[in-house]
Ligand binder design. Structure first.
Ligand code: SF4
Ligand code: SF4
Length: 346
């Protein structure tokens, strides 16, 4: 990514800039919605934003691009023909305060939905979206392991990159869309030579979040080795097959389609819903048995899917290490413990 310009600002100036942008744009940012829960929600009122303080949002920001449920198209019979109307949402939006792990997840989703057979709904929304990313200077939760997966250093996909450095925020602008946002601010007096900009990860310690002694590549081999199945599934005895780990995962993209014809059968709609491979019903067709009968089989499937590198993106692991599935699992099942247990057995 070639940087267009860079500058610095103070934390209050950053909040002021965000509030200024929100006056004329649709902006989502992490908002505290419970004692320990945050969600990406529209900025509705002036506030000071403390991006370091938010624990991973229950739903990742990629769900503003690829929601849990979305209308794909509707159809209607007019005279003797059926016409269909695609539901394409091109309304502009800004996602402000995206962490590197979630930037990585958007990068992974782009690879799935924009390459090969392109998803027109995702493509339209993605093109209408500007991302302002915020680098982490400390682990956001005791459960995250983005240092191990490498997602902590992700910068691809950011239109603007913010790096905290004490009370100062370094701002790097990478795209024309990011530059338009920058021009809403009065930061130009703080602008500096782009060669002096922070190099990625300058402020990030070598060991970040949960990090085992073993290498990532060896762990991936261990997770995908049949001899480690028992080590991976020891906790699956507690799994209640609720699918929450799929719904909160920022890199899950499997979906199913539902058709809803009106009673007249001359009109109807098609909806896309996120599918969860950890539930018993995943992959079943009417009258047939589930694709994977036991929680252990489903766990092996999920772990080996997440702990492999993305096709055409060979250094990008499908698990970002955000820790959401660990945080939200009602049975306390921890993917990091399972894969590192397997990794120790290589
Ligand atoms: S969230 Fe936990 S209990 Fe629910 S399906 Fe996933 S691993 Fe099983
Ligand atoms: S598998 Fe868990 S830790 Fe990995 S990206 Fe998905 S939710 Fe995050």
């Amino acid at each position: 990514m070639e940087m267009l310009l860079s500058c610095t600002c103070s934390r209050p100036q950053l909040s002021e800039w965000l509030n200024q942008i929100a006056l004329s744009h649709h902006v989502s940012t992490p908002v505290k919605t419970g004692e320990k829960s945050f969600r990406f929600q529209p900025v509705t009122e002036s506030a000071l934003f403390h991006f370091e303080e938010y624990v991973p949002t229950v739903m990742p920001p990629v769900r503003t691009l690829f929601p849990m449920d979305a209308d794909v198209f509707s159809y209607k019979k007019t005279t003797s023909r059926y016409s269909h109307f695609e539901n394409i949402d091109e309304s502009p939006q800004i996602i402000f305060g995206v962490r590197p792990c979630d930037l990585r997840a958007i990068h992974i989703t782009d690879k799935v939905l924009l390459h090969g057979a392109q998803d027109p709904g995702y493509s339209a929304k993605r093109n209408a979206t500007v991302i302002v990313a915020y680098r982490c200077s400390k682990p956001c939760s005791p459960l995250c392991f983005c240092g191990f997966t490498g997602a902590i250093n992700e910068t691809r996909g950011a239109d603007v990159l913010l790096t905290p450095d004490g009370d100062t925020i370094h701002i790097e602008v990478y795209t024309p869309a990011g530059k338009e946002l920058y021009e809403v601010s009065d930061f130009s007096k703080n602008e500096h030579d782009k060669k002096k900009s922070l190099k990625p990860a300058k402020n990030i310690p070598d060991t970040f979040g949960r990090t085992p002694a073993m290498s990532l590549h060896k762990t991936v081999v261990a997770v995908n080795s049949k001899k480690n199945s028992r080590l991976l599934t020891v906790a699956a005895e507690r799994c209640v097959s609720c699918g929450i780990c799929n719904y909160v995962c920022p890199t899950c993209t499997c979906f199913c389609l539902h058709d809803s014809p009106e009673s007249s059968e001359t009109a109807g709609s098609r909806t896309r819903s996120l599918a969860a491979c950890m539930t018993e019903r995943f992959g079943t067709t009417p009258g047939e048995a589930p694709e994977r009968k036991t929680a252990a089989e489903r766990t092996i499937f999920r772990y080996t899917q997440k702990w492999s590198f993305q096709t055409d993106n060979p250094d990008v692991l499908r698990c970002t290490g955000c820790g959401r599935c660990v945080q939200q699992c009602p049975a306390g099942i921890d993917i990091y413990s399972a894969v590192t247990r397997a990794g120790e057995n290589i």
